[in-house]
Unconditional design. Structure first.
Length: 303
């Protein structure tokens, strides 16, 4: 192999200089520095690189030229770098780990009973289902359990009463409401109308009907105050309390003991507040004495 030693090569004429002939291989041996930083380089349409990790600095590469796996450093991909205006091709993502629920910006309760809706809110499955709002557990005697805020995000409400105990024998469980603009729950002598029907364990029919009470009676029979025999269990539905056109109606399905150990009463009771004002709060109480045990959970239903 011949060797040519010169300090500079220029074209014989013009400004074009060609090295080698088509098919030839020009080799730059290891250890040689090829410095073209001050020149303009025109690359071929296809650039062949070695395999393995490539480090690119201040370079723009067409997306169509990217193949293989791109692994950014942890925490380096920001929201602004995600093209939210286009659909994400998940087949192009190499997801080897899990995205924690806590890292999602969606609101609502994130658990096994909810799903993520299109409005970025976690909600229970089945459109129009009731969503839990709050739970009150009675650990010491109280005169009532008050739900002071009924969000307008919900049209209807439901209260689930579990194992409610009272400390005074032979009393009724009551429902009162607080109207918009009022600071307390209505308890006037003729504020409510109520009625109910049921059948006890020995076949007796129990009916009530009153056009003037200071509460809606949600137990159609007296409830016993003896702890072991007094659990009152019920579902209370309140229909569209925000309306200023119709009165606030409530409906209750309940079971309880009325004082005789083997005497279990199942009743359907209901009533309404005799006003078309919007209702903003609900109160579960007792005609005399206190509530001294049980759990009450408020749910809301969106339309």
């Amino acid at each position: 192999m011949s060797k040519l030693e010169v300090d500079k090569i220029d074209p014989q004429s013009g400004t074009a200089l060609e090295l080698g002939t088509s098919g030839d291989t020009i080799t730059i041996p290891a250890g040689v520095t090829f410095d073209s930083s001050a020149a303009t380089n025109t690359l071929p349409a296809t650039v062949v690189t070695t395999t393995g990790t490539q480090t690119l600095t201040n370079k723009s590469i067409a997306a169509t030229q990217l193949t293989g796996t791109i692994t950014p450093s942890d925490g380096t991909v920001t929201n602004a770098k995600v093209n939210a205006s286009a659909a994400i091709d998940y087949s192009k993502l190499n997801l080897t780990g899990n995205i924690a629920l806590a890292d999602l910006s969606a609101t609502g309760t994130k658990d096994a009973t909810t799903f993520l809706r299109g409005d970025n809110t976690f909600a229970e499955a089945g459109g129009g289902a009731f969503e839990k709002i709050s739970t009150t557990t009675i650990s010491s005697a109280v005169s009532s359990v008050d739900f002071n805020t009924l969000s307008t995000d919900y049209e209807d409400f439901r209260i689930i009463i579990s194992n409610l105990n009272i400390d005074t024998n032979q009393q009724y469980i009551t429902l009162r409401v607080k109207r918009s603009g009022q600071g307390s729950f209505d308890s006037g002598a003729s504020d409510y109308l109520t009625s109910g029907i049921g059948r006890d364990a020995v076949g007796n029919t129990i009916t009530t009907n009153s056009t003037g009470l200071s509460y809606i009676r949600i137990s159609n029979d007296n409830v016993n105050g003896t702890l072991a025999w007094s659990p009152f269990n019920a579902t209370v539905d309140i229909y569209n309390p925000h309306s200023t056109v119709t009165k606030c109606f409530a409906h209750c399905l309940a079971s309880m003991s009325n004082g005789t150990y083997a005497h279990i009463t199942t009743t359907i009771a209901g009533g309404y507040r005799n006003s078309t004002d919007a209702v903003i709060g609900l109160q579960i109480g007792v005609t005399s004495g206190n509530l001294d045990g049980g759990k009450l959970t408020l749910y809301g239903r969106k339309i």
